[in-house]
Design a protein around this ligand. Structure first.
Ligand SMILES: Cc1ncc(COP(=O)(O)O)c(C=O)c1O
Length: 444
């Protein structure tokens, strides 16, 4: 079987002989030391040795424009994050079993970005751990086990989270206590049908199905921008009806903010806020420490009251002093550099540029986005909307040869995943649009 199985834009090690000798050597060393689980991006992998701002540099010093990486979200190697981490590392790096103000200052600061009802935070190291913890809290609170997720969702890698991540492919079974619903896809919804209403109906159907199988409903978790379902941000507000159904039926709603969170979508700090809903919990990670492993669950305190008292929970590295310092610097930079505003402005600029660049292209079905998270969806036929993942992948690989980093997403991998760091400037956007246009012409 191909080593890229079930991964969009994965490098097939069977093609290692086609790449430069120094890459072949590194690929062989990876296979020897790391085994087969680690996948590289692209038909022609990239070898980076340093990064700064919105560029990564290869071993020859050639810059690549980063239009993909959402972890170094305030920019690669941001000096304020580096300084905060260095300072903390030389002062104290400890855990949550001693008193210290910094974690409390950060907790207060983070919670001030949430609705008042969501006033407790628990720290972990990864998004997966946060989703895992949120699932445990939901199960403890509702006494149910059943979860609802979207058909191509990804929420992480622990055993229980993998069971709610259908995008991982047929060798990672979806749990028997898990029901999948169709993602709310405005582009593929019949005209005249309300996206939110259709989604809410499917959620209701899924809860009924769980109950018919004797499974008590615990909750629904969705990535509030539906990244792996193809990036589905519109129309803002479509989640409201489904969340109401979840609550009416006694479940909890968990907003997965790992992708949309920390100002990426431009008009709000968190993806759920665009939908005018109040989650019971939100999970976040990736951009939280700009590369340092810090993640969290923000919850209504009534959910943690009993769980926190009865269930022993200690996470050795979760909330350690150095990661907290990085996370504080990230929040400060988002505010001081007005990155949410930049995300909105540059997002609109890039969206317009992409629409202009693709308007006469017969394979572009839809161009959409919210802030600095955008997608161009390729189809074989605009009427049937049959997904064209092959073309999207060719474009991703051709852009890599032209030194622009993006990837693809969605069922069929037919939507370009465009997700630059938040300090992307107008000059960066023009550079991207210009190369995008030329590359699209080259391969069409
Ligand atoms: C929506 C979403 N949730 C959860 C996760 C898991 O986060 P991590 O890789 O930090 O465990 C990811 C990672 O890609 C994600 O995209």
């Amino acid at each position: 079987m191909s080593s890229t199985a079930f991964m969009v834009n994965g490098f097939d090690v069977a093609n290692a002989h086609k790449v430069e000798p120094h890459m072949q050597e590194l690929i062989a060393r990876r296979a020897k030391a790391l085994g087969p689980s680690y996948k590289l991006f692209y038909e022609h992998p990239v070898h980076f040795v340093r990064a700064e701002g919105v560029y990564l540099y290869d071993a020859d010093g050639t810059p690549y424009l980063d239009v993909y990486n959402n972890v170094p979200s305030v920019g690669h190697c941001h000096p304020r994050v580096i300084e905060a981490v260095n300072k903390q590392m030389t002062t104290l790096n400890s855990h949550t079993r001693y008193l210290n103000e910094r974690i409390l200052d950060y907790a207060d600061d983070l919670l001030s970005t949430f609705p008042a009802e969501m006033s407790n935070v628990m720290f972990t190291c990864t998004g997966s751990e946060s989703v895992d913890l949120a699932m445990r809290i939901a199960r403890f609170h509702t006494k149910g086990t059943g979860f609802i997720v979207t058909r191509n969702a990804y929420h992480g890698i622990t055993a229980s989270v993998a069971e709610i991540s259908p995008t991982m492919g047929p060798y990672v079974p979806v749990g028997q206590h898990v029901q999948m619903v169709e993602a709310p896809d405005a582009y593929r919804t019949e005209p005249g049908v309300d996206v939110g209403e259709a989604f809410a109906k499917d959620v209701e159907r899924a809860i009924n199905d769980l109950e018919r199988h004797g499974i008590r409903f615990a909750g629904m978790i969705v990535d509030t921008v539906f990244s792996t379902d193809g990036l589905l941000p519109h129309p803002a507000g479509f989640l409201k009806k489904a969340v109401d159904v979840v609550h009416q039926r006694g479940g909890l709603f968990i907003a997965d903010e790992v992708q949309p969170g920390f100002a990426r979508l431009g008009d709000s700090m968190w993806g759920f806020q665009r939908h005018g809903i109040l989650p019971d919990m939100a999970v976040m990670g990736k951009p939280m420490g700009n590369g340092l492993p810090i993640a969290a669950v923000v919850a209504k305190p009534e959910l943690l009251a009993e769980f926190g008292n009865k269930v022993r929970y200690f996470n050795t590295f979760g909330g350690n002093s150095v990661c907290i310092a990085a996370a504080q610097a990230v929040l400060d930079v988002i505010r001081d550099e007005k990155l949410m505003e930049n995300s909105k402005r540059m997002g609109e600029y890039i969206l317009n540029g992409l629409r202009e660049a693709t308007e006469s292209h017969p394979g572009v079905g839809d161009v959409r986005g919210a802030g600095l998270y955008l997608a161009v969806e390729f189809v074989k036929d605009k009427k049937t909307k049959e997904r064209d993942g092959e073309f999207a992948l060719r474009l991703v690989n051709a852009l890599r040869e032209n030194r622009v980093l993006i990837s693809a997403t969605g069922l069929g991998g037919n939507s370009l995943k465009i997700r630059p760091p938040l300090p992307f400037t107008k000059a960066n956007s023009d550079e991207f649009i210009d190369i995008f246009k030329k590359t699209l012409e080259q391969i069409s």
